[in-house]
Design a protein around this ligand. Structure first.
Ligand SMILES: [Zn+2]
Length: 377
């Protein structure tokens, strides 16, 4: 309670500085309220503050700030009481109504009462059709509830104003719908939704993967290869996500030589895309283990990587008479790799060995990417 009281005292100081004329009449009541706050008598403190704001609505910012402090502290019930107390005042000036509704909406969001928060943000939109804050929060709620149609409807209103940010979001909502269609076996809707996603974001890797996977699943391997290869132009870092499927398609077509050529050319175009292990595997299939060892030995010198070294050791272990020594080395390198993560969010740094389209930490779409790659900029 002490930090809250200190925060409030600071706010009070600011308020009284900007309203010196009211200070003499208000300060005794403020300090009385503050005393209640310090003594953990929240109810009595709030009664006083709400009455004070009614006698001088210019002090409402102090109440908003106090509500934010409670919310930040996880004391949603107290924040809700403040804002409910304000909204219920008959003398509430109309100009403050939307702000209070927004604050109350945040309180409900913090308490996990999404349906109540949704109602409040919708009410704000009725009163202020241009409120980006209300729209943004409604989008977050619909995302949380996985109500993709409603999320699309609200986000579409923001699209024209900010295509680079809103376009990729809407694209992911269509991809979510495409995933649902895929699980239901509704192929025409799957294709429709994935193509819609690409209309909103031409670089939507996820939509391309959905389309390519669909071609692959029906044996249209050449078409699938073309789509998977298109990921390079959309977002080269995401190529790692499609390499296995791409190689499978080449294999189904009996074109391992082409897949090897493609991988080498891709690696040449993007030096920091770590493809050495997958290239070594393809080389092994085409020319045998010795060729793979030669390639990897040279590669790990020029482009050091633990996983490359690990693969080289596993080859050497099979080739050499001193396989026990190589086995010990492999164990040591495995231990060094145990903290490595496969995916990292480029927005907030969240890391995981599972790939997510929506970052579980910062809730940004498409920012969790393979972490083994260092991009050419
Ligand atoms: Zn993140």
């Amino acid at each position: 309670m002490i930090p809250i009281a200190i925060g409030f005292l600071w706010l009070l100081f600011r308020t009284t500085q900007s309203h010196k004329r009211q200070q003499s009449t208000l300060s005794s009541e403020y300090f009385k309220g503050l005393n209640y706050l310090l003594n953990d008598e929240q109810g009595k403190a709030l009664d006083i503050f709400v009455k004070l704001v009614e006698s001088n609505w210019d002090t409402i910012d102090t109440h908003f700030a106090l509500g934010k402090i409670y919310r930040k502290n996880g004391e949603m019930d107290k924040a809700i009481k403040i804002h409910q107390g304000l909204i219920a005042r008959p003398s509430l000036p109309e100009q403050y109504r939307c702000q209070i509704l927004l604050e109350l909406g945040y309180d409900y969001l913090g308490a996990g009462w999404f349906d109540r928060a949704e109602g409040l943000f919708k009410e704000v939109l009725i009163q202020d059709k241009k409120s980006k804050e209300a729209r943004h929060n409604l989008i977050l709620i619909y995302q949380q509830e996985k109500d993709w149609y409603k999320a699309i409807e609200i986000a579409a209103d923001l699209y024209a104003e900010n295509k680079p940010v809103v376009g990729p979001m809407i694209a992911h909502y269509y991809c979510e719908l495409a995933d649902i269609s895929k699980n239901k076996g509704d192929i025409s809707q799957l294709l429709n939704n994935a193509n819609k996603a690409l209309e909103y974001d031409v670089n939507c890797v996820r939509a391309t993967i959905l389309l390519a996977d669909q071609e692959r699943s029906t044996g249209e391997y050449a078409k699938a290869i073309k789509l998977y290869q298109g990921v390079e132009k959309q977002d080269v870092e995401s190529m790692i996500l499609v390499i296995d499927a791409l190689l499978e398609c080449y294999e189904k077509l009996g074109q391992q030589d082409k897949s090897y050529e493609y991988l080498v050319a891709l690696q040449d175009r993007h030096e920091n895309l770590f493809l050495q292990n997958v290239i070594a595997s393809e080389l092994e299939k085409l020319q045998g283990r010795k060729a793979a060892i030669e390639y990897l030995s040279d590669k790990v010198k020029r482009q050091p990587s633990l996983s490359g070294l690990q693969k080289l050791i596993s080859y050497k272990e099979k080739e050499s008479a001193c396989s026990d020594e190589y086995a010990d080395l492999a164990v040591a390198i495995s231990a060094m790799q145990k903290d490595n993560v496969e995916y990292r969010c480029q927005k907030c740094g969240f890391s995981s060995n599972t790939h997510y389209w929506l970052c579980p930490s910062c809730h940004h779409w498409g920012r969790v990417k393979p972490s083994v790659i260092e991009l050419d900029s």
